[in-house]
Design a protein around this ligand. Sequence first.
Ligand code: GRF
Length: 223
Amino acid sequence: MSHPITPRARVGVLISGSGTNLQALIEAAAEPDFPAEIVLVISNRPGAGGLQRASSAGITNLVINHHDFDSRAPFDAALNKALQSAGCQIICLAGFMRILTPDFINGWAGQMLNIHPSLLPSFPGLHTHHRALDASARIAGCTTHLVTPELDSGPILAQAVVPVLADDTTDTLAARVLKQEHRIYPQTLRLLAEGRIRIVDGRAVIDDQVPPEGVILVNPAVV
Ligand code: GRF
């Protein structure tokens, strides 16, 4: 396979936890034709599992602990300094559990992605699987979107749908959704790195979009 001669987009990934989405991005970026490389991983939490994943992959990683700062702005400034020093062009929030300031977000407008474990605009915020079960939702899923100052409200880029099963717990539903997160996040990063995402009237347009896979999901099945 010929290796692309264009330089790969330099990506910084922000995490707070286990980093399974980070792992999916690391594995995608290991493919020779992937248009981005992860050059930095930052966790706001010491000991986050994702730090070990970065180290195992030989990716520079560090902790910038939000407890070391007296407000959000200096924490965000420290994040920005590290990301800029590493030459990052794209940020991926991957299980990152801090609210970023509008100044920080606006400084990365159109270059910052997030993965959210619900079908936005349904269930923005936390505890999405618990809330979906509470609402007796029959489908659930995940969403990638560009990050804007309003939480979980940026232009939607990709979504995947899974059924909610009668005996689901938050853990079983979360596991089913997480598997799809690991598929759509690398695909979304590829689209952004390839310059195939345009914002038109506040909505994301994807150039050369491949038609959706899969069939219509009806739950419970019509028999
Ligand atoms: C995932 O469900 C993600 O959507 C949410 O945090 C969870 C854990 O992500 N933001 P990870 O395993 O740390 O990537």
